[in-house]
Design a protein around this ligand. Structure first.
Ligand code: F0G
Length: 471
């Protein structure tokens, strides 16, 4: 795609992640990687010449100015920490008005002390997932360079978010790529309803991702997947809001599901910058949780010992692993369809986040995910399966003794409960055949926390008896 005009002089620019390369590019260029070394790009800032507040408390004052869309947005409220676009170019639909909820119910399940477990509920975003945090940022960048079409490959939430921003703003057409049969109905219904051009390809997310990169390059369509560094700028704000929810105290742990690794990478960058700017004095530890059926990061980091290594990432190790996957015809497979990804595009950046935050990676089974999801639901919020991987992972780390009972733990709930009702209903069903069809085939054997519907004849006395028996 053609290079566009500068938007913010050189106060913001793009920089190759690989320290030995460090090539820089104008903020107005559309790129998904470094043309010198192929590394991923960061959005970087000349902080010394930018008006950075000297304390995070300053951001609370914006609550009083909620009539201004930039103050209402939970992303742009923190504009000073992602100043790559001029305020008049920002495209916002009021994303990021999410909340950090303490949950003793989930805390008990995880095994931490009362008051120690928090859920960062990103399902409250306009399209129902955390993606809107990043989409407003990528969309704003796309708008600054006058893009007319934007594309993504998606397991469902990115596409729902892109479709929503296009539908509301009418600034661009959404072109989305999904794997056939790989996306939950809730998410597919959003993309269709909001009017996105929906390309369903015969393949999975990894195939769709590869294709959309080729096609957006070829046709000059703006790519909004998280390989786009501007996306991650918006997702940093999830961590700012977590800190705000804790009165600016840094928790001990942030636990997040890992798919394409955009979130975890963004969180690492957020803490790295806050520390550099002197706005926090320590960073939390980061736990990234894969599903067993889509566990590339776990395999590479915890089994094969891959590390950031001061930026000297051994890309060959990942390449060899992908070859093994291809040879064995191994495809990602998990009930948590949002994270059913074997080739995470942000792998390199995520290794940096693990380094910055003394991170760990764990994998959890579909059984563990669904049990954790039922506990999140019973605590009142609910989430989609992928989101519950964070809670399942926190529980595992607590059992291993890596997380202490006295630790303050924040689990990020990435998507709304209504995104994927099929898995939820199958978990709670009394119909064994339906259970087996949806979940049994994935190795899920029991629904320990099921809340089963009580079937009764259409008879007043029988209904009253059922209520008395069950209350
Ligand atoms: N949770 C949910 C609900 C998601 O939709 C995704 C990713 C993740 C977790 C993983 O986040 O990629 O930042 O590691 N969904 C993408 C999509 C891939 O297309 O909607 P990640």
């Amino acid at each position: 795609m053609a290079t566009a005009v500068r938007t913010n002089t050189d106060l913001a620019f793009q920089r190759c992640l690989t320290p030995d390369c460090g090539a820089t590019y104008d903020v107005g260029e559309v790129r998904t990687g470094c043309s010198e070394c192929g590394g991923l790009l960061d959005v970087a800032y000349d902080w010394d010449r930018l008006p950075v507040p000297d304390s995070l408390q300053v951001f609370e004052q914006k609550w009083a100015r909620r009539n201004d869309p930039l103050c209402r947005s939970g992303v742009w409220r923190f504009h000073e920490l992602l100043p790559f676009a001029p305020p008049e170019k920002v495209v916002t639909i009021g994303e990021g008005q999410t909340m950090l909820c303490p949950s003793d119910g989930v805390g008990k399940f995880v095994g931490v002390n009362s008051g120690g477990l928090f859920l960062e509920y990103e399902g409250l975003n306009p399209s129902g997932s955390f993606k809107d945090n990043g989409m407003t940022a990528a969309f704003t960048h796309a708008h600054t360079i006058s893009a007319k079409r934007a594309a993504c490959a998606s397991t469902g939430n990115t596409s729902a978010s892109l479709a929503l921003y296009c539908g509301i703003s009418k600034l661009m057409q959404a072109v989305i790529f999904i794997g056939s049969g790989k996306i939950s109905y809730g998410k597919l219904s959003q993309a269709l309803d909001y009017g996105a051009l929906t390309i369903q390809i015969a393949g999975d997310f990894d195939d769709a991702m590869q294709r959309v990169r080729e096609i957006s390059e070829k046709l000059g369509i703006y790519l909004v997947n998280s390989v786009n560094p501007f996306r991650l700028e918006g997702q940093k704000t999830i961590m700012y809001r977590v800190l705000e929810g804790l009165s600016w105290q840094v928790p001990d742990w942030i636990v997040v599901p890992g798919g394409n690794l955009g979130n975890s990478s963004a969180f690492g960058k957020a803490f790295l910058e806050l520390r550099e700017l002197g706005l926090i004095d320590r960073v939390p530890r980061l736990a990234i949780v894969n599903a067993v059926g889509a566990n590339t990061l776990h395999e590479l980091v915890e089994v094969r010992g891959q590390r950031w290594n001061g930026g000297r990432v051994d890309h060959q190790a990942a390449g060899e692993y992908y070859q093994e996957l291809d040879k064995g015809e191994r495809r990602a497979s998990t009930i948590a369809s949002a994270i059913e990804i074997n080739r995470p595009v942000n792998y390199q950046k995520c290794l940096r986040a693990l380094d910055v935050c003394q991170g760990v990676v764990r994998e959890v089974t579909d059984q563990q995910i669904l049990d954790a999801k039922a506990q999140v639901g019973a605590s009142g919020l609910g989430c989609e399966p992928a989101s519950a991987a964070s809670v399942a992972g926190a529980r595992l780390l607590r059992r291993e003794g890596v997380i202490a009972p006295s630790d303050r733990v924040v689990c990020v709930l990435t998507g709304h409960q209504l995104k994927d009702p099929t898995a939820t209903v199958a978990y709670h069903t009394t119909d064994q055949q339906e259970f087996n069809r949806v979940l049994g085939s994935r190795g899920v054997k029991r629904a320990e926390f099921a809340n089963r519907a009580v079937a009764v004849p259409n008879d007043l006395d029988e209904i009253i008896r059922a209520i008395q028996l069950n209350s």
